[in-house]
Ligand binder design. Sequence first.
Ligand code: SF4
Length: 384
Amino acid sequence: MLVAMDVLHEAATGRRLTPEEAVGLYRTPLFALAAAADAVRRQRTDPEVVTYLIDRNINYSNVCSVGCSFCGFYRTRRQDDAYVLGYDDISDKVRELEEVGGTRILMQGGVNRYLPMEWYVELLRFLKERHPEVRVEAFSPEEIKGLSELTGMTSREVLVELQAAGLDGLPGGGGEILVDDVRHARHVAPGRISSDDWIAIMAEAQALGLYTTATMVIGFGETPEQRVASMMRIRDQQDRALATHGNGFSAFISWTLQTQGVRIAGKVPGAGAHEYLQNVAVSRLLLDNVPNFQASWPTMGYKVAQTALSFGCNDFGSTMLEENVVSQAGARHRSTPEREIVRQIVDAGYRPAQRDSLYGVVRYPDVDVLLAVPEAAAPGAAAD
Ligand code: SF4
């Protein structure tokens, strides 16, 4: 049997790993793991370039009935600060994004059983009419399941109707660990969508041609075997999707559990930067059919995110204007202007490229011009 270092050597050439081999990678030295992941990243994406997206998060409602213990965002309908945004308010936010050259909104909320299906359909039509150039990637498998239960429609029927109204993509929120023993543990999220349902709804979205991503959160006390099992759900689905219709997950994004001020604090071990980087590298090596890997600056901070660019990531994420969900569980940064993202990429030794949400390059910003803008002219610029 090959020992872990031999496996690592072969993994660096791009050979597909077995789940057992991937578990063994968690025992290899961190920087040997990084070198292998970086070698694969360089084979599969432009080695000189790191991409980023100008986008805006819009959380249309914080009312949710699922009650995940790691979530500081949700409210019950009767709480004073529960809200549902109006269409015009959402449109104003999209207009602000357009003014800074943004190309997509990521719109998510909770599972709000008081909002009828028509509210979502009309919202999508309204946004497409007012902002035809902006891609709308919205909701998550959890919200689609909630709408299915609310309406009696199948999840596929819900997706078809939303897509007809203007939905361009289904973000990968709620992936966490795709192992029900972990995600449904009493102290985590017993009411959370199951792994099977999450994968099934993503599969339906992909078959309809919607853009999708996959996410993963570590730090629930899961074992390396469970992390690998979760990644294997993604790899297997990606194999099926690419073989049947050629539209799969365009990116994989992982981060560590944020526990500040939420009920799960103190009940799980969490995960630090070392574990995050290790997991990023293992995912790049195991998920050989996913093209793009995103570093997570909002949860890990700029410096760890920069380091992740040497552990298999080829993308620095997005500006995330107005992120509210992970920031309310203690994530370090809420939003970042383009200028700051470009600075981080340049400082890490790469050429920055603004991309669209399909990972096509929109432009290579003039770094000298952008970074010459005085700090005062870049409101909201955050320091690490
Ligand atoms: S993570 Fe999502 S599903 Fe869970 S409580 Fe928060 S808003 Fe609701």
